[in-house]
Design a protein around this ligand. Structure first.
Ligand code: GLU
Length: 543
């Protein structure tokens, strides 16, 4: 019984070590020195609206690296008044993860990267799932066969594996030897007509056409590699034996038909680009502009791994990182701007976007993520509205949970509705907000009595401060304002009979008694949020 080539129970596909390394490294060779003019042209924004796309394969979820790719494409489209497309590259059915597509949609929308054309949205160049476009790819593969830029390959998987292993042992590139390229057209047509299993391969040119990467500059064509006895050709498979396209064919055909003008993608795709350019030229099409952004690496230069946040976006959601924090963080990974501050929401990123990408890999340091989170928390607090409410809800949800460590909050707040109270704390302390749990913990003195109310606060017997602090009780509920409290504290300080630097001791006493801490937010904010009743109670004055 014979199986079609790529559907057979596969021998493990053979990839030599150097090829694997080549795939994972940033490009080494093809960068030539750019002239000043070229360098300038490559970072300038296009003068017409850009059509960009994010083309994920649903073989996994959205990660930091892929979010960044989507984001750069989104920003370029929005900056130039163009369109951002989402295309699902689901040609590898075996590796498809069943819920990956839905999760991609959810995560992109969570990050507010809404696509203008694509699944669930439609558009003039759909369908936007490659699995629904098989007929288009077949026609195009056929076109290349007819024009002599492609040929049918009838080699079995076994033969290809033996060939690759043999070449590897000789230290040669493990590419195809072009055996089937010499099969006469009539014979090839007959064999295909009789149902013989085959793939269609691109016949790559002897020299790849030159192209200019927006980041790396001009790629000079490589001289075709070969060997006197062992020829090797990078002829990639375009159509598999099951009639479905490979990434190379589908990607090129779709980018052309969908009128994509700019492709920003990871540098792991760089080795494929010359083949793609060759295909564009075989079809007689002009290719889009390409910008290959470097890999994300950790501080030791290693590819990000699960341990250092190369988890899917869910991990960031679970950490309660705001979408605007994550897009800000991702944007700064390999892109540089002229602004004074790095803190930018999505609209600001759009307004400032340029094609100033950095060459090579980008080191990810997560300290920056937390810094940005605090800054965006402050912006949310300043702006008020829905995004501040989200933070309030998260904190309140933890506070009122049955297993909350703050079981006595009602005694302190004196109302069953803590939203306003929490909102006030967030507005004052947003600069330190990272997530609800940490925030509650940091501000726990606002949610639990520091000591039983009938217990007097700790006193320094030699000091008259606790006694003088009673003056605060003279401020009534209505007059419990910042100005009045400041005046009263001044009175407490001024009237002191002992000590030279009275203010320091008074502030210290009040802070320690009201918060249990040595330092923290401004004392008047603490008194205003706690309110008269709780402030006086903590000072042992009323309640
Ligand atoms: N489907 C490819 C991926 O998942 C797309 C690569 C490209 O942008 O051309 O990375």
């Amino acid at each position: 019984m014979s199986f079609p080539l790529l559907l057979r129970p596969q021998l493990p596909a053979y990839t030599c070590r150097s090829c694997l390394l080549r795939l994972s490294r940033p490009p080494r060779r093809p960068i030539s020195s750019k002239t000043a003019k070229e360098a300038k042209a490559s970072t300038a924004l296009p003068s017409t609206p850009a059509r960009t796309r994010f083309a994920p394969s649903p073989t996994g979820y959205l990660h930091l690296g892929s979010l960044r790719t989507a984001l750069f494409n989104y920003l370029l489209a929005k900056r130039t008044g163009g369109q951002f497309l989402l295309r699902i590259e689901d040609t590898d059915r075996k590796r498809t993860v069943h819920d990956a597509e839905q999760r991609l949609f959810d995560d992109l929308r969570w990050a507010e990267l809404q696509w203008d054309e694509g699944p669930e949205v439609g558009g003039p160049y759909g369908p936007y799932r490659q699995s629904e476009r098989s007929a288009i790819y077949k026609t195009h593969a056929q076109q290349l066969l007819e024009s002599g830029h492609a040929y049918r390959c009838f080699c079995s998987a076994e033969r290809l594996n033996v060939l690759a292993e043999h070449k590897h042992k000789l230290g040669l590139a493990t590419d195809y030897d072009r055996t089937c390229a010499s099969i006469p057209k009539d014979e090839s047509d007959d064999r295909a007509h009789n149902g013989e299993s085959h793939t269609i391969r691109l016949k790559v040119p002897d020299r790849y056409p030159t192209y200019t990467d927006l980041i790396y500059g001009t790629f000079k064509p490589l001289k075709k590699r070969g060997h006197v006895t062992e020829s090797s050709y990078e002829d990639p498979i375009l159509l598999k034996s099951d009639g479905l396209p490979t990434y190379h064919l589908a990607n090129v055909v779709d980018d052309h038909l969908m009128k994509i003008t700019h492709v920003i993608r990871g540098s792991e795709w760089m080795p494929s680009t010359p083949k793609h350019i060759a295909m564009y030229s075989a079809f007689g099409w002009s290719p889009p502009e390409f910008a290959h952004v470097g890999l994300l690496v950790d501080e030791n230069g290693n590819k990000l791994s699960k341990r250092n946040f190369d988890t899917d976006i869910t991990a960031f959601k679970e950490m309660e990182i705001f979408p605007e924090t994550l897009t800000n963080f991702a944007a700064l990974l390999g892109w540089s701007h002229k602004e004074q501050a790095d803190v930018m929401d999505l609209q600001t990123l759009i307004n400032n976007f340029s094609l100033k990408f950095t060459k090579g890999n980008t080191t990810v340091t997560f300290g920056k993520l937390h810094f940005l989170q605090r800054k965006h928390a402050a912006l949310r607090a300043q702006a008020g509205g829905e995004k501040l409410q989200d933070m309030v809800h998260n904190v309140v949800r933890l506070l009122v949970a049955p297993d909350s460590p703050y079981q006595n909050w009602k005694k302190v707040i004196n109302t069953p509705w803590p939203d306003d109270y929490v909102s006030k704390i967030i507005r004052v302390d947003a600069d330190n907000y990272t997530n609800a749990n940490e925030f509650l913990y940091r501000n726990s003195f606002f949610f639990e009595p520091l000591r039983p109310y009938h217990e007097a606060p700790p006193m320094t017997t030699s000091s008259d401060i606790p006694m003088r602090a009673q003056m605060l009780a003279e401020v009534d509920d209505k007059g419990w304002t910042r100005e009045n409290l400041m005046q009263k504290v001044r009175d407490i300080i001024d009237g002191r009979t002992e000590g030279k630097d009275g203010s320091k001791d008074v502030y210290h006493y009040l802070r320690k008694t009201l918060t249990g801490q040595e330092k923290g937010m401004r004392l008047y904010d603490v008194m205003l949020i706690l309110g008269r009743r709780e402030t006086l109670a903590r000072l042992g004055l009323e309640k």
